[in-house]
Write a protein that binds this ligand. Structure first.
Ligand code: ZN
Ligand code: ZN
Length: 264
């Protein structure tokens, strides 16, 4: 069984990730236009019509923008927690609502989905009920956590057990401090329900991960307060200090990543 992972977009302009086998293809988040999802999948040799479900991390628009269209026009089931569905239902900026495709996933209750078992778990962010996802296949685990202010115990457990990890490195602390964002926004980003800095992610990973983790993709980089080279360097240096050998990548904000083949 071959498993492919592609980031179609990652950051505050929109998030969408693809993970799939020949039988089972899913999207995590749908924060970019459907035509862009379609085109980027097509360019990778994949067909949106073969995608069988969408999983949503939280109700911020950069994660949900197209979820309604995928549900109602393309008839894809959209899985997320009941609270996030309610928040999407009542959001005035989320125009196309989800009706027929509404599916509830309970946190910490893995659901079997063809070749995958998918588990949602709670994380700390200012979405109404933010989750990360662990996708189990064979004896391997792929964990995706974007948008979080700090790493709570549950998130920690998922990260340290992952073989493949997508994790946020949102901002460089100095760039945010000296940047032009208003103080209230800086405080929101730095808070426990905001975003992870490069340093926080670097420190957590270098202190906690073990040899079963083979790939790390840094995601949701800020356009204003980060640079891909800086995120990479901050995390890479910390990992190297501890002698940790892992494949480290930075996901592009507005372009698709390479296609990664995951071993199971
Ligand atoms: Zn976001
Ligand atoms: Zn968010």
């Amino acid at each position: 069984m071959q498993i492919n992972f592609i980031s179609l977009a990652s950051g505050s302009s929109g998030n969408c990730f693809y993970i799939g086998t020949d039988n089972c293809r899913i999207l995590i988040d749908a924060g970019i236009a459907v035509r862009t999802i379609k085109k980027r999948l097509h360019n990778a040799g994949l067909d949106l019509s073969k995608v069988c479900a969408v999983f949503i991390t939280h109700d911020h628009i950069d994660h949900i923008k197209s979820a309604g269209v995928l549900s109602e026009k393309l008839f894809l089931p959209v899985f997320t927690t009941a609270k996030t569905h309610n928040a999407m239902d009542s959001s005035y900026i989320f125009k196309q609502k989800i009706y027929s495709g509404k599916r509830i996933i309970e946190k910490n209750l893995p659901v079997a989905f063809d070749d995958f078992t998918i588990e949602a778990f709670g994380i700390s962010h200012d979405g109404c009920d933010s989750v990360g996802y662990t996708v189990h296949f064979g004896d391997k685990r792929f964990t995706l956590i974007t948008d979080l202010g700090y790493i709570c115990e549950t998130a920690k457990e998922h990260i340290i057990n992952a073989n493949y990890l997508v994790i946020e490195a949102n901002y460089d602390e100095q760039m945010l401090d000296s940047g032009k964002y208003p103080l209230s926004l800086k405080q929101r980003i730095q808070s426990d329900t905001g975003h992870l800095s490069n340093r926080q992610t670097a420190k957590f990973l270098s202190d906690n991960i073990n040899e079963k983790l083979s790939h790390i993709w840094l995601c949701h980089l800020s356009r204003e307060n980060n640079l891909p080279q800086l995120a990479y360097k901050t995390v890479n240096e910390k990992l190297k200090e501890k002698g940790i050998n892992v494949n480290l990548y930075v996901l592009p904000r507005t372009a698709p990543s390479d296609v990664f083949v995951l071993e199971n």
